[in-house]
Each structure stands twice: as C-alpha cells, then as structure tokens.
Design a protein around this ligand. Structure first.
Ligand code: ADP
Ligand code: MG
Length: 616
C-alpha cells in the first residue's frame, strides 16, 4: 500500500489552529490588545466597525517591531516572549505561545504598520489568508497599528456562527473591561462605528472602576489590602447594599491577568453570607499578586481558568480579608462573629507572621436585614409581580379542561410526557390539600401518586403565556409609573438594553434611553403587576445574556422569556394556601403546563408504587 500520510500545508494548519484561539471578533481584540500591553504601550486605541465584522483596528504606542520581526511575528510559534521551556514558569507577559498573529492572519485580511521609536521609517505588511501580499517601508507613528478586515472571510461556518452585532459588541466590551481593569495605568479607548464607548485615561484602580461602572459605585467600594508571603490581595469589594441580582461586577485578576475562579468566588460569597439576600451577588474587583511560578496559565490558549499552587491557603486568606473589612465597616451579622474569630489558617501558614487574624469591631445592635433586604424585597405581601389572574379577577377553571379527557386518561397509569395536557386533578379537595415544600416545590396528591410542581418554573410559564398573548394580540397595556424611576447601567449592559428597548415596549415595558448609559422607566407591563421594575430589568438582562435562543431571529420571544423568568416568584418565597391554589389553577390554564419557557420540566409525578417501595 502506498504511503498516505501528508503534512498539512501551513495555511491549512494555521486555519485549524485559528479555530482554537479566535472564536469571534472579541478574541481578536483580546489577543491584539494583550500584545500591545506586552509591547509596553501606555496608550491603546481600539476602533471597531460592525461589531468587528468589517474592521478591528488596534493602535498602540509600544515598542514597535523591526521589519524582520514584523514578518516573523505571523509565523506560528513565533514569539519574543520565551526562549526556553523554563521561561514559562516565570511568565509575566500576557502572550507567550506565538499563536495569535498566525491565527488571525489565517482567517482575515491583516494590515500592519509598525515602527520602533528610534527609527525614521516603519514597515507595512499586508497578509491575507496566511499569504503575504505586500511588505514595504512606510512612514508611520512609532508603535504598532493593526487593521483586521473581513474576519472569517475564508471560514463561512465561523461567520455564520457569529451572533447579532449587539451580542458580538458585548463580547468585545467585556474583553476591554477586563483588560482595562487589570491595567488601570494604561489609557484605553474603545470606539464603535465612530462613537466612543470608553475613553479611559490612565489612572488607579478605583478611578478605573468608577469610569467603567459609573459614579454610583464610587461610595460603595470597600478597599482590600492584605499581604502575605504567598499572595498579595488588593482591590475592592462592593458594599452589600450595592449587590445586585445580576452577574457583571465580579472580577478576579492574577498578575494583571483576568481569570475566572469559581472556587474563589465561593470564598467571597461565603464571606458575604447572611449579609445578603440569597439571590444577590456581591460586586468585587479583586487583584491577586503571586509568584508566577506558583500559577499555571498554560492550561488552554483562551481559557481564563488558572491553577494555583496554594489554592486552599489563598482561599482562606481571601475570605479572612473580606470578613475583616466587612467587620471594619460594621457589616458583619452577629451570628458570624464566632466563626470569624476562630478562622482557621491552614497549618503551613500558621508560622507566617504576616497572616493576621481579622479583628472585627462588633456592633451588637446592628441588624443587616433591616437596611439591606428591604430595598430588595418585593413591595406588599403575597406573590410578587403576580399576574392579574392571581387577584382572582379572572379565575380560570382548569379542572374543566380535563373533563373530556377523564375516561381515556383513567386507563393510563403512567403519565405520558409527549402529551401536554395529561395531568388532571382528582377533584377540588385534592387541590386544597396542596402544600408548599422547601419554599420551592408544590406537592399535590393525584390519583396515581404525588405531583411535584416547581413553583418558579410554573410561574414563569404562566407569565410567559400572558406576555406572548400581549404580543400576539398587540394589546400593549402599560401600567404608568406614578414616579418614573431612572437608573444607570454599565456600558455593556446599556448597549444590550438599548438593543431590546423596542421589544420591551411591545410587551408594555416602557423604558427609554436617558443618555449616558442611563434609562427611565415610565411604565411596566400590566400583566406583570410589578412594583420593582429596575430590579426586574437587571434580572432580565442577566437572563437574556444567558439565553441560548438565537437572539437575532427570536428577539421578542427571548425578551418575553427573560422577562417572565425575571419576574417569576423566586425560590424561597413562602406562598399562602390561596396563592398555591391560584398558581396551580393558572398553570393548568396554560397551553403547555408541563414545560417552562426554556424547556425545563415544571412538574412530575411520583407514582404510588414508589412510595410503597420506599417503605418495604
Ligand atoms: P505571543 O504574544 O504569544 O508572543 P503573538 O502571535 O500574539 O504571540 O505575537 C507574536 C510576536 O509578535 C510577539 O511575541 C511580539 O514579539 C510581536 N508583536 C505582536 N504584537 C505586537 C505589538 N503590538 N507591538 C510589538 N510587538 C508585537
Ligand atoms: Mg500575543
């Protein structure tokens, strides 16, 4: 048999490798801005057109490159940042794999102008799909100017996979946020289609955070400052009263690199335990400095997870320092004091003199729930944001829906998932005996066993169908706000909200752009009956961001789903007996009572036999 193995041509190999490093326009922005930082730039300008589809331009005043280096930079594994494998353990630069430029050049048109500061002439290079088109001397500023055009021109599958412009722009904004927060001393600007999103002057961490997240955050930042032999921790945590229901202001950095760290996130949220309502997420901007040899950044070219050598020690130190500052600011609940006092520092750390046990000032009369939860809690009793039907203005009689089905269904002992309208109640009395369990489920005896209903998903389904009705019948009913409220969002959330404003208005949520990332709520959807619209908008944005539904095609539906999710009764909410019955009534008046708008199961029946088996 003839030999069949061949080496892939470089251009093909680069294109395959590009898939790993460059998933979307935001990946290009990240790689090129990181290169500018590695080149010592103090000023970086990012210009974007059409969310990066048409143009990504990055201009820096860093070192620049010689003409040979400029050409070499596009070769795979070409890097100036490491020479030997050992260098990886002391890495302080953002890049070191030498993959980014080769990857970008494989899937786009790249124009580079670069000049070293002591040279008169620079170099111009044009590369397209890994092929060098031109290289010639050019007059240009010192530093480096990259223009990436026609991204993914030769990878149609990737191009199709991109999301809507607002969604892609949001990814770019997120990358810039992370880089801007990790390098507050560098001045960074971001422009999209000619208008400025950020113009951040080089400054310190606090000023940088405020210029990104708005001046409201300023008085809410509590500084952290702990230094031990294994780690130095600086940055800020947000006051508990500033915590929101949405993710977006949680940042960890290690050695000026953004990272995700679910384990450390837990350390933070645990330190805030009992100070915050269960569904609120504290804001934090936490910077770790460690010896580069103590972390592994080499896990995956784009992954933001980082392995720490002293993970559990740092966990303890992190939590101790947060508890300490919360204590200093008198915002630790009294029940926690015992725990904080006897905080365990791992054995090997105990001889480090610089690990201090937090000293906590106690204010015994302080009740954190007085001030913080009231702001968050829903006005009035009963089911928050209950739809109108909860007020019995239009009680639907779901039992009648099942009447015609009884004989047929009685023959089946097992519920059949493919039929939406299969669950029927026995009679009025069984409904009356429904109970709430763990403030999360509703248990209802049915003929074949016990039905379990997820209360939040059930309410989501009810609200969703009402909202879709509003859309279909074009019957926008907005409840006007007596006192229109204004609120401010960070730039990326503001961009997202602006893009869905028309859909929100179609649903009766009358929100308007007020300029400078602030908005005003004039009215809320009649069907939601809500008293805390801003809170709903925050949750709505969070739900929307996490929505897998294709945003471009089903924008309205996605907004309706997100709105239903954001407004549904939260877990942990105690329902009165009357409310339990209304919820069940309304659920079974829905077209699809079995599944939540996102397709999760709302209910299930535990058959009688299973109970019998349990007790055998
Ligand atoms: P890496 O960053 O992993 O070294 P890249 O492909 O991102 O790999 O870049 C390759 C090389 O090109 C870098 O090591 C650096 O020497 C050079 N380079 C890239 N961007 C710049 C820039 N903006 N200024 C100066 N040099 C740069
Ligand atoms: Mg790089």
């Amino acid at each position: 048999m003839a030999d069949i193995i061949q080496l892939l041509p470089d251009s093909v190999a680069n294109q395959i490798a590009a898939g790993e490093v460059i998933q979307r326009p935001a990946s290009v922005v990240k790689e090129l801005v990181e290169n500018a930082i590695d080149a010592g730039a103090s000023q970086i300008i990012v210009n974007i057109k059409d969310a990066g589809r048409t143009l990504i331009q990055i201009i820096d005043n860093g070192s620049g490159m010689t003409d040979t280096d400029a050409r070499m930079a596009f070769e795979r594994h070409a890097t100036s940042k490491i020479r030997t494998a050992n260098d990886i353990f002391a890495i302080r630069t953002m890049g070191f794999r030498g993959e980014a430029l080769a990857s970008v050049a494989a899937i786009a048109d790249v124009e580079l102008r670069t000049k070293e500061h002591d040279q008169d002439l620079g170099t111009f290079i044009h590369i397209s799909g890994s092929a060098l088109i031109t290289q010639e001397p050019v007059r240009c500023d010192s530093g480096t100017n990259f223009q990436i055009k026609n991204l993914f021109f030769n990878v149609p599958a990737r191009r199709k996979f991109l999301k809507s412009n607002p969604a892609e722009l949001k990814y770019i904004i997120n990358e810039i946020q992370r880089i801007a927060l990790s390098n507050p001393d560098i001045s960074i600007s971001l422009h999209h289609n000619g208008s400025a999103i950020y113009e951040l002057a080089g400054s310190n961490k606090r000023v940088r955070i405020v210029s990104i997240f708005g001046k409201n955050i300023s008085q809410n930042l509590i500084p952290l400052d702990t230094e031990t032999s294994v780690v130095k921790i600086t940055g800020f945590i947000g006051q508990p009263k500033h915590a929101r229901k949405t993710f977006g202001e949680q940042f960890f950095f290690v050695n000026k690199r953004y990272m995700k760290h679910p384990f450390f996130h837990k350390a933070v949220t645990q330190a805030f335990e009992k100070i915050l309502p269960p569904d609120a997420i504290p804001s934090y901007f936490i910077y770790f400095d460690v010896d580069p040899a103590d972390i592994d950044v080499n896990i995956h070219p784009t992954k933001t997870e980082i392995k720490f050598e002293n993970e559990s020690a740092i966990w303890q130190i992190l939590q101790a320092s947060i508890r300490e500052v919360l204590g200093k600011f008198n915002i630790v609940p009294s029940i926690d004091f015992d725990q904080s006092g006897s905080l365990e520092i791992p054995m090997r750390l105990q001889n480090f003199a610089d690990v201090r046990t937090p000293e906590i000032e106690i204010n015994p009369s302080y009740n954190p729930f007085d001030t913080h939860t009231t702001a968050k809690s829903h006005a009035g009793g009963g089911i928050p944001f209950a739809p109108k039907t909860f007020e019995r203005t239009n009680p639907s009689n779901w039992q009648s829906l099942y009447k015609g089905l009884e004989p047929d269904l009685n023959e089946k002992s097992e519920p059949n998932e493919s039929e939406p309208v299969q669950f029927r109640m026995e009679e009025q009395q069984t409904v009356k005996s429904s109970v709430q369990f763990k403030n999360k489920y509703i248990l209802t005896p049915v003929k074949s066993g016990m039905m379990v209903i997820d209360q939040k998903r059930a309410h989501e389904r009810i609200l969703y169908e009402r909202l879709m009705q509003v859309l279909e019948n074009n019957e926008v009913a907005s409840q006007q706000q007596l006192f229109p409220e204004t609120f401010e969002l960070n730039a990326s959330d503001a961009t997202l909200l602006t893009s869905i404003l028309p859909d929100l208005r179609a649903l009766g949520f009358d929100v308007r752009d007020f300029g400078k990332n602030s908005f005003i709520v004039n009215g809320t959807p009649g069907v939601l009956n809500t008293s805390s619209p801003i809170e709903i908008i925050e949750s709505l944005l969070e739900e929307y961001k996490n929505s897998p539904v294709n945003l471009q095609e089903k924008a309205r539906e996605t907004v309706a789903i997100s709105l239903a999710q954001a407004s549904a009764i939260p877990y942990g909410h105690t329902l009165k007996p009357g409310e339990i019955n209304e919820l069940i009534d309304n659920l079974f008046a829905c077209q699809t009572p079995n599944f939540s708008p996102k397709g999760k199961k709302i209910l299930s029946i535990m058959p009688l036999e299973d109970f019998e088996k349990l007790l055998k």
